[in-house]
Ligand binder design. Structure first.
Ligand code: AMP
Length: 559
């Protein structure tokens, strides 16, 4: 049976804009908390939140922002981020998320690439001189307007809201310039550009519509069982879809409260916010949960109000998942898998899933989406249980990369499948496990080899502390396998012959590494991902010595 799963769901897709969805919830739950900003002690009910969003949206219109104009925000998490997310959506402006870690050249790139006309940024951040960099970008690019969020004696946002109030004064309730603008917007209009990091080349701007991100957030909230009683602590960044979609849109489309515990991640602040605000849900990447569980005074926090949460971004170690469920009271915690280009979530675990499924898999297909696993060579679905590239189709697939139709066509095929670049396996019940990145796949003599499988086997070798398997150029086979090993201190140093001996009879012959390199460390990116590309380059330049098995008959390798 081919690896394919669709996921029908009783609740239909939402066919409305983000602004319309907020207005619906503001009239259903006017007095419920919408937004709580712990660092400043401010909070908004749904009615207050919707009113402030309206003022800001009117301010954007008063400053000449047209539907489709790009408006950036470059700031760590704060309440203004959420307000602007909704205000830009009501104004029909395309919100451009700018990574708060960006420096001048990266800022200039996204300002120019997106054709940004207005940028909101936070002045006076002690670690970042946003103000100077924003002003430089204004001189170098066609950026018309920089608006500073509150701080350092300026409050450009308050001035913008005041402009908005003046412009809307005297118009009837439910009328006025914002209502007029909203009436022209469609759910399929682009509303957000998120630049994907990518390990090579310039970032690409994944362009997402109201329908993309509102529906993704809404169905995440449905699967988590969110209602107006839920209170969600968000230590994850808003510039990434984890914060603004899995967080803000999932909660605010259900009348739940969003809680900002700190500007940037702070383990103690996250737990403090759970305790003091009686939160029911907590989010994080696995390393955030590890940091929280590792706090010296972890036992001091009362986490009994928690019920659920989301863990996403990378695989969760089983031991951590057990502790999150047991020690943090998060019995219903879900694993989400996805990527920016799919709004982001494509698969998710369900509330009743076993511990095994919540650690060994990333769940199954999200409502109203399709997933399939295909052979990267032929593009045809592989049978259940076999590895291939995970592809996703449906409402969540981005409108495209901003102004890059060729790159869009490389990622989304003519049938609408987004090729994720992730290697995955799907079982007969539709549960998916992630098995590595396709870029790391090695093709040796026409045979697809998945390094992760070999790495996992080699971890059982007593002399190996860490291992990465890469493909290196080879005249005969196209590529040959190399195992790069960090040896256990004091253990006998492995070489190609001893590793081959260890693998014989347990791995197919073509999966046995031809070369073995022993190294003291692996090259890493700033975010802690291992740079296999650099390792390959180092091998070709022979920067690190390697041992080699005897060449196969008539074989000729690069060494
Ligand atoms: P981004 O577009 O920055 O959200 O990164 C998306 C990538 O993160 C995916 O293509 C996966 O490689 C990885 N990823 C996301 N969620 C998970 C998960 N739950 N488990 C393993 N890898 C994940």
């Amino acid at each position: 049976m081919p690896s394919y799963a669709a996921s029908p769901f009783p609740a239909p897709l939402l066919n409305e804009t983000i602004g319309a969805n907020l207005e619906r919830n503001a009239s259903r739950f006017p007095d419920a908390d919408a937004l709580i900003d712990v660092p400043t002690g401010r909070s908004w009910t749904y009615a207050e939140f919707n009113r402030d969003v309206d003022d800001l949206a009117a301010g954007l219109l008063a400053r000449g922002v047209r539907a489709g104009d790009r408006v950036g925000i470059w700031s760590p998490n704060c309440a203004e981020w959420t307000l602007l997310q909704y205000a830009t959506a009501k104004a029909g402006a395309v919100l451009v998320n700018v990574n708060p870690a960006y420096r001048q050249s990266e800022l200039d790139f996204v300002v120019n690439q997106s054709g940004m006309r207005m940028l909101f940024t936070a002045p006076g951040d002690p670690r970042n001189d946003y103000e100077v960099m924003a002003r430089n970008a204004q001189q170098q690019a066609d950026l018309l307007d920089v608006v500073y969020l509150a701080g350092a004696g300026t409050d450009g946002l308050a001035a913008l809201a005041a402009d908005g109030r003046r412009a809307a004064a005297g118009t009837p309730d439910g009328g006025g310039p914002v209502a007029e603008r909203m009436a022209t917007l469609q759910p399929g209009d682009p509303i957000n550009i998120q630049y994907t990091s990518g390990t090579t080349g310039f970032p690409k701007g994944a362009t997402l519509t109201h329908s993309n991100i509102l529906n993704n957030g809404y169905f995440i909230g449905e699967l988590l069982g969110y209602t107006e009683k839920d209170r969600v602590v968000l230590p994850v960044p808003f510039y990434h879809c984890f914060g603004m979609v899995i967080g803000n849109l999932a909660a605010l489309s259900h009348g739940a409260a969003t809680i900002i515990p700190s500007r940037t991640f702070d383990a103690a602040a996250a737990l403090e916010a759970v305790q003091s605000r009686q939160a029911t849900s907590l989010y994080g990447v696995p390393t955030m949960f590890i940091a929280e569980l590792g706090l010296e005074d972890f036992d001091r926090y009362d986490l009994s109000s928690l019920r659920t949460g989301v863990m996403a971004g990378s695989p969760c170690p089983e031991e951590i998942m057990k502790r999150v469920i047991r020690d943090m009271n998060m019995a219903e915690v879900a694993i989400c898998y996805g990527m920016t280009e799919t709004s982001p979530v494509s698969t998710m675990t369900r509330r009743g899933d076993s511990l095994e499924r919540r650690t060994r898999t990333v769940g199954r297909t999200m409502p109203h989406l399709e997933n399939q696993v295909v052979d990267p060579g032929t593009g045809r679905p592989v049978p259940f249980g076999e590895i291939g590239e995970l592809c996703t189709r449906g409402y969540s697939v981005m409108a495209g990369y901003w102004n890059e139709p060729e790159k869009t066509a490389e990622a989304v095929d003519s049938e609408g499948w987004m090729h994720t670049g992730d290697l995955a396996r799907m079982d007969e019940e539709g549960y998916v496990s992630i098995e590595g990145r396709i870029k790391d796949m090695v093709i040796r003599g026409g045979e697809n080899i998945y390094p992760r499988e070999i790495e996992e086997f080699l971890y059982s070798h007593p002399s190996i502390s860490d291992v990465q398997v890469i493909g290196i150029p080879d005249e005969r086979y196209g590529e040959e396998l190399m195992a790069c090993i960090i040896a256990v201190p004091g253990a006998p140093e492995p070489d190609a012959a001893s590793i081959a001996e260890f693998c014989r009879g347990k791995l197919a012959h073509y999966k046995i590494p031809r070369y073995v390199q022993v190294r003291s460390s692996f090259p890493m990116t700033v975010s802690g991902k291992i740079r296999k590309v650099q390792m390959r380059e180092e091998v070709v330049e022979q920067l690190v010595p390697a041992t080699e098995l005897p060449a196969p008959p008539a074989g000729k390798s690069v060494f």
